[in-house]
Design a protein around this ligand. Structure first.
Ligand code: PLP
Length: 382
């Protein structure tokens, strides 16, 4: 059923692992809508399924492919990235200790703080690798990593974080939404679980909300995660699962094109007089560049941020003046998005208020550069 394991991930993605649905030998999988599955006369389950909330065949193609792309033992789709992350938190036991980054996806950070407070879970935040090492002098249960991290694209050394986490008795979970399996494979670097908001690059077309977890080992922690999905009920619909599987087929060309454009844009604007800084791990001036070169393969992702000279108002004017970039939250789709991020995150944000977050899509990079040039110029006119 499966292709030879030596095939490149890009080939596997293009063919959706190459599994051929019987009996029609469809080139694309059918949409599986069944919620329940028939028992045989003796009460057994010849189809191997009981009920779609526990395990729907609609998930098989995308879960099989994501397992291969991440090099994991098992994958599980969820109704959103947040549902996937919540399942990890729900798999913890009372009294557990989480160590998480200050800079990470804002909604998840806020949810983690509330969850930890309500469920007697200790939560400590680290700003960098040195603080992570210091916090892991004491035992912990879960270390959360996001790299490159929203919205400044700080880089954390996953292999080092895995060593530290394991020495402290903790599991390492990596939110790998931004680099995607095209550029980073956290499990191969020592992580225990990889999480994605599949709403972003994996689906890639701004038309599905979904999430996924991939585990290195099918252990008791994974069993608790699967229970959190089945019992918590945060399951994806069959049509969304089908769309996600379709989006995954073009993952590699989409993400590679977008990342090549992002690098061009970052290089073009790095010393622009209207900007204080361009934050992109692919630039040698970025703090995390050396580690990024080691742990990201083939590219640095398609997310970057611009810090605009003149503060919050100037940033707002630039965002208001773009014509090709679309003003919207989210990331990872074929169309380029721009967001004046600080005001969106609101009180307590660590995001600089002059920061514009760009999600570079697959448009012609000359058009994107020209658009930003005219917006910076227009924003600076008296
Ligand atoms: C969007 C996002 C999430 C949350 O995922 P949803 O699919 O919106 O629930 C988590 N982490 C990162 C890095 C994201 O970009």
């Amino acid at each position: 059923m499966q292709h030879d394991a030596k095939l490149s991930p890009a080939t596997l993605a293009a063919q959706g692992t190459g599994a051929t649905p019987m009996p029609h030998r469809d080139i694309v999988p059918p949409i599986h809508l069944a919620t329940t599955f028939e028992r045989a006369e003796d009460g057994s389950l010849p189809g191997g399924r009981i009920y779609a909330r526990d395990a729907s065949p609609a998930y098989d193609p995308a879960e099989a492919l994501l397992c291969e792309l991440e090099g994991g033992a098992r994958a599980a789709l969820f109704a959103s990235g947040m549902a996937a992350a919540s399942a990890v938190l729900l798999a913890l036991k009372p009294g557990a200790r989480i160590v998480a980054p200050h800079d990470m996806y804002w909604s998840l950070r806020n949810w983690m703080i509330g969850f930890a407070a309500n469920w007697q879970i200790a939560l400590d935040f680290y700003a960098d690798a040195a603080e992570l090492a210091a916090l892991l002098q004491r035992p912990a249960d879960l270390v959360w990593v996001e790299t490159p991290a929203n919205p400044t694209w700080e880089i954390l050394d996953i292999a080092r974080a895995a060593e530290l986490a394991h020495a402290a008795g903790a599991r390492l979970v990596v939110d790998s939404t931004v680099p995607t399996p095209v550029f980073t494979r956290p499990l191969a670097l020592g992580a225990d679980v990889v999480m994605h908001s599949a709403t972003k690059y994996l689906n890639g077309h701004s038309d599905v909300v979904a999430g996924v977890l991939v585990t290195r080992a099918e252990d008791d922690f994974w069993a608790r995660i699967k229970t959190a999905r089945a019992a918590g009920g945060a399951v994806l619909g069959p049509f969304e699962a089908w769309l996600l599987n379709r989006g995954l087929r073009t993952l590699f060309p989409r993400v590679r094109t977008a990342a090549a454009s992002a690098l061009r844009i970052a290089q073009h604007f790095e010393h622009h007089p209207a900007l204080l800084a361009v934050l992109y791990p692919g630039l040698p001036s970025h703090r995390g560049h050396d580690i990024a070169c080691r742990q990201m393969e083939g590219g640095f992702g398609a997310m970057l941020s611009l810090r605009v000279r003149g503060g919050e108002d100037a940033a707002r004017r630039v965002a208001g003046a773009v014509k090709i970039f679309r003003r919207a939250t989210s990331l990872g789709s074929v169309e380029s998005l721009i967001e004046h991020r600080g005001p969106i995150e609101g009180p307590g944000t660590r995001c600089p208020l002059d920061l514009l977050r760009l999600s570079v899509g697959i448009e012609d990079s000359d058009d994107l550069i020209a658009d930003l040039e005219q917006a910076l110029q227009q924003a600076n006119e008296p």
